[in-house]
Write a protein that binds this ligand. Structure first.
Ligand code: PLP
Length: 412
């Protein structure tokens, strides 16, 4: 059976060119980049070149601003915990209710250590209210950490603007963004539009690089203590022998994303738009989560009222279609998504959410297959739902009107 891979926000396939770029470093160029002999210098030079190219793609003023990590989770931990440790006299953090667990759980950890954390709410489209944000900034605010593009809904937060506001309020506030879903997809220029962002996290496997490599951008002068202590690698900011094959591969992957970025984006957006439109036409009582907000071109998060997301995923998988409900890290748990809960998605829909996410390798045939299969899956699952009746079963039926009386489920 042909596999339709529509879960690119969880991870992506390695581009063939990226794989080729890695091979020499996995075979003959195996030397430790910190060693003093000549062959190791070649490896160190390849790493320096990769750092230089990644820095250039992000518009950083110097390659020295980038430190390599093992993943975005490590980058986020370093950014948040490292900032807290570097400035112990400030104890307030501002974040949002819709962060990835790699930020949310770190903030909750600091909360348990006595930090005050403001978790900003979002509206029904997943957007922040600027007024809430401005009011949340305090004289003792240490750090603002806000996701750039949401991994579940694709909703994009205006981080350039949010960072500017933070700095205008108090230049001592450190601004971090988790850009794991946006690097390689949204052009970022750290010396122009994003010049108020101090720390930015990402990892290679979200844009056709390998797993096990990530990076943290640290603006010049930003105080951030290392998480990993030991050797002097990364100028003492992250101990541990660098994953040079991964780093070189991540640079190649980013080169490929930026080379014909507009073309790739248009292709991905076309696939998402057709899928979104057709599913809305063919499935009664379906809602598109985040529809009213700026969204990543390749992410589609829908809720089919009165259907379990897990049931849909299982049936999709039986048909060779890989999609996801919630984030990769929380799938496997039956808890409803904290992102959709924060958006106050109705109770009847929050469990029936499913996320499709596309990459440049997806095709129109992939979309055809999902369109062929999903409406039938939903119709079959609804037959066994005690809450569903045929009165609702009209294409384009408006879930809000039909189920308006069902109470909204709010988070803890
Ligand atoms: N942040 C966001 C927004 C993500 O989507 C992910 C992965 O899904 C992560 C962080 C964690 O990334 P990694 O697997 O590289 O640790």
């Amino acid at each position: 059976m042909r596999i339709v891979y529509a879960d690119n926000n969880a991870t992506t396939q390695i581009a063939p060119e990226v794989y080729q770029a890695m091979i020499p470093l996995l075979t003959e160029e195996y030397f430790n980049p910190s060693s003093m002999y000549d062959p190791a210098r070649t490896v160190a030079d390849m790493m320096a070149d990769a750092r230089e190219r990644i820095a250039r793609h992000l518009g950083a003023d110097s390659p020295r601003r980038l430190l390599f990590t093992s993943c975005a989770t490590e980058s986020n931990n370093t950014a948040i915990r490292g900032t807290a440790e570097a400035t112990p006299n400030r104890r307030h953090i501002v974040t949002t209710a819709v962060e990835h667990p790699a930020v949310l759980e770190v903030c909750k950890y600091l909360q348990r250590l006595g930090y005050e954390v403001t978790f900003l709410p979002v509206d029904g489209d997943g957007q922040l209210a600027m007024g809430d944000y401005v009011r949340a900034l305090r004289p003792d605010t240490l750090l603002v950490t806000i996701i750039h593009a949401n991994n579940e809904t694709g909703v994009i937060f205006p981080v350039a603007e949010l960072a500017r506001i933070a700095k205008e309020t108090d230049p001592a506030i450190v601004f971090h963004t988790d850009a794991t879903q946006s690097v390689g997809k949204i052009p970022i220029d750290l010396e122009v539009d994003y010049r108020h962002v101090d720390l930015l996290s990402f990892s290679g496997h979200k844009f056709h690089g390998p797993k096990g490599v990530g990076a943290l951008y640290v603006r010049r002068g930003t105080r951030c203590r290392p998480l990993m202590i030991g050797g002097h690698q990364e100028e003492g900011r992250r101990a541990g022998t660098e994953n040079v094959p991964g780093i070189v591969a991540m640079a190649k992957a980013l080169d490929l994303c930026m080379e014909n970025h507009d073309e790739q984006e248009a292709h991905i957006r076309r696939l998402r738009t057709r899928l979104e439109k057709t599913l809305q036409e063919r499935i009664p009582c379906v809602q598109v989560n985040g529809r009213g907000a700026p969204r990543m071109p390749g992410t589609l998060n829908i809720s089919c009222h009165f259907v379990e997301g897990e049931g849909m995923l299982f049936e999709l998988s039986n048909n060779g279609i890989c999609a996801s409900s919630g984030s990769a890290c929380t799938s496997g748990s039956l808890d409803p998504s904290h992102v959709l809960m924060a958006m106050e998605v109705p109770f009847s829909a929050v469990h029936g959410s499913i996320r499709f996410s596309f990459s440049r390798y997806n095709t129109e045939e992939d979309v055809d297959k999902i369109i062929e299969v999903l409406p039938l899956i939903v119709a079959n699952l609804r037959k066994i739902s005690p809450y569903w009746d045929d009165e609702k079963n009209e294409p384009g039926a408006d879930a809000d009107k039909i189920i308006g009386k069902i109470p909204t489920q709010t988070g803890p």
